[in-house]
Design a protein around this ligand. Structure first.
Ligand code: BGC
Length: 788
């Protein structure tokens, strides 16, 4: 009798749920409290639950990778990276998941019908956004990006990407923000909030310690607990705590011997229990080798989903290796996200986002993140009617963003040639013709790119002296653009990528030589996604503008900056080393293949077993260069302006740390044109038991647009967390007592002011757990004991 009653109740709840689905326009969440959700789960069959957790596959023409029934179901948003199964009888809709960090990555044309297009805005790459040092700006981009996702019927954006720039050759660095976890974490949090304000979800990725592409599906990251906690997990911790992303994407790699996607330590103990993450975890595409271990670890959604996964899960349920309770936990987390989704709410998306308005956002954002690296003899801004000789392929064929899932199908890219012309400059036509013909010719000859890989770059052409000399007679100034591209599946290389090719070196030498001989200026624009070598040639040109890969409005944005319409205010979120060998991880990037080791997985993109050992420990980026006294070409936090700023009035609320210290500093525009200044707050710790970098970034902010003579006061708070380092012996965050120095800098080297405060005694700031420990001794770089 009791059972009959229970079944009747369940049926009533399922009916109520279905009813809610049909008229849930009025706040479905209000009706579906926790209990009712549990009842819905109870009404699901085991097969339905498993379906919900395994995505609908990706059609790569490999039969073993997609269920043939799923393949037949028309895609709601063609070109989106993934979708989940609908369960119509329970009113559970299918979710659409789409990349990526620089714009909504979907197919621009459907069924070959080009009458109606589905272009998305190509926003600037994440590295450029971070170079703005402006979380409000990043939030604004994300609001537009999220709106576009919603208007194209997307439920979850597979962004932002936030791994660290451990090494300048990381193939996906352009998708990531910085070498510093505070910048990466704050930028990601601002992005998540912006996207999610549209009612669309995000997936912060790739969690964690996935800072390279080399054998990415089978590479074991061997890293100390301290480096993990302070750098590679810290950025995610900030983003999770400050913005509660709907989802987290676990990464391809292993961490200290366990696949990230199969690690209960990472996904349950740290992410959920220590940090309080409330959403769901999904795998990266085709990641890991054990779907059951993934579910048990707290990785709730397996993406994109392959037919072998449901089979393995059902078998594990049948033989008891996977419990029903575990399955239900995973299902509940997925359902919780579905309840919030536009699909569940039956949002009537328009397929017509305001691309014009978003292009404007993209243009404004692009300028804010460009970095003026050098400006001798006021090479910039250009005179209003300057005649420009434009050299370099990417002046005409500009790289808006990197390749792979970080790419966007955008309607256009404004070249530098177009941007300068639209801004009223005269661009030398002889050069334009030579370059246009060369690029067209080379593109026609170029081999088809390997699936998923970036196309081969077009080599710079050798340009003869007489062409250069004619251009130097005709034009007032030379602008030479150098380009670099990279993306998923491959890291960059040192020769002809980090360093300049011989032809590029010749180009700079000939052009700069010829123009400067005639008393004319030579300017270089860098259209790149990560650092290159500059020290050997930088002195031969007047100005260097780091334009990054600035999105579809590239040429307009660069022209705004070259013309002085907008004053540059970007600063480097990573170090530009003098030489590659100076990079702390130069000896152990991207690791080594483990020859003879049995593959951990077999799929078409699996690669080989490999490992990478993070022997540089916590000394990544400026933490290394500053502590070990290695001079970079351009230091972390560096960037020039067309005006000058002076810093004054650095004040601490107290010279004794009591729970926190408030910091205030005033910045004055001491120059002649309006501008913005990014202010960096670093903290140096006293000598103590724990080894410390020379200083660490603990706060940053950008001023408003300051008119000449105008002053703005900026405020920051130093918290106990900002003083703490991770002590792996006690698995806790410890701030050691002593005298701390707070500095306000225009860069990590250009420190303007400093003040000190005392922490009376050691503080245990937070207790953590002994997790993710390396299985072997690391040979980490060390500063002499007790020293900073
Ligand atoms: C990438 C992810 C991406 C996913 C879906 C993977 O190859 O690593 O960043 O979101 O594909 O396209």
């Amino acid at each position: 009798m009791k059972r009959v009653f229970a079944v009747a109740c369940l049926m009533a709840i399922v009916a109520m749920y279905a009813q809610l689905r049909s008229n849930h326009a009025q706040a479905p969440l209000a009706h579906l409290g926790k209990n009712s959700l549990k009842e819905v789960i109870a009404a699901m069959t085991v097969e339905e639950k498993v379906k919900l957790l395994v995505g609908m596959g990706m059609d790569l023409n490999v039969p073993s990778l997609i269920d043939q029934e799923d393949k037949k179901v028309p895609e709601k948003v063609p070109g989106a990276a993934g979708r989940t199964h609908a369960i119509p009888r329970l009113g559970i809709p299918s979710l659409t998941l789409s990349d990526g960090p620089a714009g909504v990555r979907i197919a621009q044309v459907r069924n070959g019908d080009s009458n109606k297009t589905y272009y998305a805005t190509g926003f600037p790459i994440a590295t450029l956004l971070a170079s703005s040092w402006d979380t409000n700006l990043v939030n604004r981009v994300a609001v537009a990006h999220g709106n576009e996702a919603r208007e194209y019927g997307v439920d979850i954006l597979l962004a932002p990407a936030m791994n660290l720039h451990r090494n300048p050759l990381g193939g996906r660095n352009f998708e990531y923000y910085s070498e510093d976890p505070l910048i990466a974490g704050k930028m990601a949090a601002a992005y998540v909030k912006g996207v999610q304000s549209n009612g669309v979800g995000t997936s912060i990725k790739h969690f964690a310690a996935n800072n390279q592409e080399f054998n990415r599906m089978q590479s074991d990251t061997i890293v100390s607990e301290r480096a993990l906690r302070e750098l590679y997990l810290r950025s995610f911790e900030i983003a999770v705590k400050e913005s509660q992303p709907w989802t987290v994407m676990s990464s391809y790699n292993l961490i200290n011997g366990t696949y990230a996607s199969q690690s209960p330590d990472l996904l349950s103990s740290i992410l959920r229990n220590e940090w309080g993450f409330k959403g769901l975890v999904m795998t990266d595409w085709f990641a890991g080798n054990d779907p059951v271990a993934q579910l048990k670890a707290g990785n709730d959604m397996l993406m994109p989903g392959v037919p072998a996964q449901p089979k393995a899960i059902l078998a594990a349920l049948a033989d008891g290796t996977l419990s029903k309770d575990q399955l239900d936990e995973n299902v509940e987390r997925v359902l919780n996200i579905i309840l919030q989704s536009p699909a569940f709410k039956e949002y009537k998306y328009s397929d017509q986002p305001d691309l014009k308005a978003h292009a404007q956002v993209a243009r404004e954002a692009a300028i804010e993140g460009m970095v003026l690296l050098k400006n001798d003899a006021s090479g910039l801004p250009l005179a209003a009617s300057a005649k420009i000789a434009l050299f370099g392929n990417t002046s005409y064929d500009l790289i808006a963003g990197g390749t792979g899932s970080g790419d966007v199908n955008k309607a256009y890219v404004i070249s530098l040639d177009q941007g300068l012309t639209a801004a009223g400059f005269t661009v030398n036509t002889a050069l334009r013709n030579i370059y246009s013909n060369y690029i067209a010719d080379q593109k026609a000859k170029r081999p088809r790119p390997r699936a998923f890989f970036p196309p081969e770059p077009i080599a710079e052409m050798s340009i003869d002296n007489s062409t250069v000399s004619n251009a130097a007679n005709d034009a007032d100034v030379a602008v030479i653009t150098l380009g670099r591209n990279s993306g998923e599946f491959a890291d960059r290389k040192v020769d002809d990528d980090f360093t300049l090719s011989t032809t590029e070196q010749e180009l700079i030498k000939t052009v700069a030589g010829s123009f400067r001989q005639k008393g004319k200026k030579a300017i270089v624009v860098l259209n790149i996604g990560g650092p290159i070598e500059i020290a050997s040639w930088g002195q031969s040109v007047n100005s260097i503008v780091l334009a990054w890969q600035p999105g579809q409005e590239a040429g307009n944005a660069i022209a705004d900056l070259l013309s002085g319409k907008v004053n540059p205010s970007g600063k480097l979120p990573m170090t530009f080393p003098v030489a590659y060998r100076d990079v702390p991880s130069a000896q152990n990037f991207p690791g080594r293949e483990l020859v003879g080791k049995k593959p951990l997985l077999t799929n078409p993109f699996g690669g080989k077993p490999a490992e990478v050992v993070y022997d540089e420990g916590i000394f990544v980026g400026y933490r290394y260069y500053k502590t070990f006294g290695i001079k970079p070409a351009y230091e972390f936090g560096y960037g020039l302006s067309y005006t000058d700023f002076s810093y004054g009035d650095l004040r601490l609320s107290s010279n004794r740390f009591d729970g926190k210290v408030a910091v205030a500093v005033s910045v004055t525009n001491a120059g002649k044109v309006a501008g913005k200044e990014a202010v960096e707050i670093y903290v140096s710790a006293p000598k103590g038991r724990l080894m410390k970098p020379e200083c660490e970034l603990r706060g940053f902010a950008k001023t408003d647009l300051l008119q000449p003579g105008q002053t703005q006061k900026l405020s920051f708070t130093i918290t106990p967390e900002d003083l703490a380092s991770y002590d792996s012996d006690s698995s806790s965050w410890i701030a050691e007592g002593g005298s701390y120095t707070v500095t306000a800098g225009a860069s990590s080297e250009n420190i303007k002011l400093s003040a000190r405060f005392q922490l009376p005694r050691d503080l245990v700031v937070a207790k953590a757990h002994k997790l993710l420990t390396p299985q072997r001794e690391l040979q980490e770089i060390k500063v002499s004991s007790g020293a900073k």
